[in-house]
Design a protein around this ligand. Structure first.
Ligand SMILES: Nc1ncnc2c1ncn2[C@@H]1O[C@H](COP(=O)(O)OP(=O)(O)OP(=O)(O)O)[C@@H](O)[C@H]1O
Ligand SMILES: [Mg+2]
Length: 497
């Protein structure tokens, strides 16, 4: 039995908020992090996706905030806007009885609005690095009273080239502070970050239990590039996900996929960094409320995003980085639930899949390409379910007379079959063509000194094992749409160093 939150020395207003959120016992990472974090120690926290890392750092952080002091006392940095918003929401809930004022500050939102909100003297700021730097430069945020800093998805912020920003931000925070790093993945370069910014950190790693890993059933389908779209539609029809995230490699891909899925009658919308913040917010809201079934996204949605009813993740394209695979599939199977992750792999990418498996020490089950017939059966099941609900829950009085008339004329099976046909989406009929993507290739690891050009990963930003070509990485970075208001240019500068 895990500890309850009453086992920790916490303000009763915080435990009250925790129990109102429905958390009864602490998750393993919470159990291990809360006490050392309360003692003020620097720490590195690693635990699987969806296991409550947010509350693990938020609870002690909120406990330490003095609401009598109207100054920013704690700072959380997150790699994307959606994540900053989400973390701020969770913290607001956890801190509400204590009266902690939490503010999210991120790119894409009108800065004047943020400046107004800052006048309300927030105690805690959750920010994306680029926008926070803007505020520091405008002197609209002062960090001189910050005693606690959390880098959520720390490894990702490094990937995105936010090192300069983090350095600059932390130079504004008193050195007598507590610093904590969190992520589900901790590739080797994170140590460099830790050495630079943390003091004698405690490493807390909750080793995945086999049962937990099995909570996400992972499989792949080998499929040619031009057949991918039909295969995806069939998989959706067969699986009937409650909510699903479909990951595409580029913004163009996401746009085309979302448009194609809509054309075939699915409730799908795209999310990527070229949309306005308003559009991004709207898509996320619809997805959280279940008004769309499929969120089609770039890796901008891979990290941290917590939507509880996501039953499936589809990797329409494999991710470039092995860590990204872990985070993407971690959008399902959260908080002890089960999930399904299916990846589409072209024959040219089988090597890359093996690389992802090797780095993450996982094995994906091969699953045969779904047939049209199976897809139809899946769709019919869904339609039959809808009919059953209508029979059980709707008032059908005004339809009965017509039904009796039809029954007098035709066999009952025929009538039901015709109704099923009319109610079932025959998606295969609608032609959709996507612009082909080049397959991802994994270079075999090479010996030191034999590389030509820059290799970001072997230049020890990432595990040396990952031997991608430098140019490929740069293209990849350009095509990935992170929330780097100013990260892109700096990343390239960093790459040159
Ligand atoms: N003690 C708890 N009891 C029950 N549910 C919890 C508890 N702590 C957190 N949760 C829920 O678990 C879900 C996942 O939490 P969270 O988003 O913090 O995961 P995470 O470890 O940060 O995952 P990721 O690596 O994907 O960012 C959330 O919906 C959260 O509300
Ligand atoms: Mg998280």
């Amino acid at each position: 039995m895990n500890k309850t939150f009453y086992d920790f020395p916490l303000d009763h207003r915080i435990t009250r908020a925790i129990s109102e959120m429905g958390y009864t016992s602490a998750t393993p990472i919470q159990e291990q992090v809360i006490l050392p974090a309360l003692s003020g120690r620097d720490l590195i926290g690693q635990a699987q996706t969806g296991t409550g890392k947010t509350a693990a750092f938020s609870i002690p952080l909120l406990e330490k905030v003095d609401t009598e002091v109207g100054k920013v006392q704690a700072l959380v940095l997150a790699p994307t806007r959606e994540l900053a918003i989400q973390v701020a929401e969770e913290m607001t809930k956890l801190g509400r009885h204590k009266g902690v004022n939490v503010l999210a500050v991120y790119g894409g939102q009108e800065i004047s609005r943020q400046i107004r909100a800052l006048k309300n003297r927030p105690h805690v700021i959750i920010a994306t690095p680029g926008r926070l730097i803007d505020h520091i430069e405008r002197r609209t945020i002062r960090l001189a009273d910050v005693h606690t800093v959390v880098l959520d998805e720390a490894d990702e912020m490094l990937n995105m080239g936010f090192l300069d920003e983090i350095q600059k931000i932390l130079s504004q925070v008193p050195s007598e502070r507590q610093t904590m790093l969190f992520s589900a993945t901790m590739p080797a370069p994170i140590r460099k970050l830790a050495d630079q910014f943390l003091r004698d950190p405690e490493h807390i790693s909750v080793v995945p239990q086999t049962v937990k890993t099995a909570a996400i059933a992972q499989s792949y389908v080998e499929v040619r590039e031009r057949e991918k779209f039909d295969v995806l539609c069939r998989l959706i029809d067969i699986e009937g996900p409650q909510l699903a995230v479909v990951f595409g490699r580029t913004k163009r891909r996401v746009d085309e996929l979302a448009a194609g899925l809509q054309k075939r009658g699915y409730l799908a919308e795209g999310l990527h960094g070229d949309l306005s913040q308003n559009q991004r917010d709207q898509v996320m809201r619809k997805f959280r409320e279940g008004r769309i079934q499929l969120l089609v996204a770039t890796d901008v949605a891979a990290r941290g995003i917590d939507v509880s009813n996501v039953s499936h993740v589809f990797n329409f394209d494999l991710p470039q980085d092995p860590e990204s695979y872990v985070h993407r599939i971690g959008r399902t199977g959260r908080a002890g639930r089960e999930g399904v992750a299916i990846s589409l792999v072209t024959p040219n990418e089988l090597d890359h899949l093996q690389f992802i498996e090797r780095v993450n020490k996982i094995k994906l089950k091969k699953r045969p390409a779904p047939t049209k017939k199976e897809a139809l059966i899946g769709q019919l099941d869904e339609t039959a379910e809808k009919l059953t609900t209508a029979i059980q829950e709707s008032n059908l009085d005004s339809y009965l007379q017509k039904a009796a008339g039809l029954l007098a004329e035709f066999e009952s099976e025929q009538i039901v079959a015709a109704a099923l046909k009319l109610l079932t989406r025959d998606s295969g009929d609608v032609h959709v063509e996507l612009t082909p993507e080049k397959p991802l290739r994994t270079r075999k690891p090479r010996g030191a000194g034999s590389g030509s050009g820059f290799n970001r990963r072997s230049n020890d930003w990432k595990r040396g094992e990952k031997g991608h070509a430098g140019s490929r990485d740069r293209n990849d970075r350009k095509s990935r749409d992170w929330d780097r208001e100013r990260g892109a240019k700096r990343s390239r500068e960093l790459v040159k160093k």
